[in-house]
Design a protein. Structure first.
Length: 124
């Protein structure tokens, strides 16, 4: 009698386990649809982010082109500065070689022309 009770109890436990398993299988099928929806949403977000990345890449390329233009301008300005510096040094060196009378003549002409120009501007 104990053996049949044990067997009946074992059968009941097995049936309970089978019923529990069937109920959980239905729940898993529902969750699969939820996961598929989430995967679709993530795919859409990835597509959106890829579009933004493309826009950013285009903006980076545009900024790179602008930087190249600015670099060209900087090189041109540096060349102009070098040329001005060289010309100034040449003039300074030529003034260093002038005699005292040549210097007096140089400054006299320079300041006479400034005074003439200033007086004509104030007359108007």
């Amino acid at each position: 009698m104990k053996g049949t009770r044990y067997t009946n109890l074992l059968i009941l436990v097995c049936m309970g386990f089978v019923a529990f398993t069937f109920l959980n299988i239905r729940e898993v099928k529902t969750d699969i649809q939820g996961f598929n929806d989430r995967i679709d949403n993530i795919g859409a977000e990835i597509d959106s982010i890829q579009g933004l990345n493309k826009e950013l890449d285009e903006r980076i390329q545009s900024l790179h082109s602008e930087l190249e233009l600015i670099d060209t301008d900087i090189d041109r300005v540096q060349n102009n500065i070098y040329t001005i510096r060289r010309n100034t040094d040449e003039k300074k060196n030529s003034v260093d070689n002038l005699t005292l009378s040549e210097l007096q003549e140089f400054f006299a002409k320079r300041y006479d022309s400034i005074l003439t120009r200033t007086s004509s501007e104030t007359s108007n």
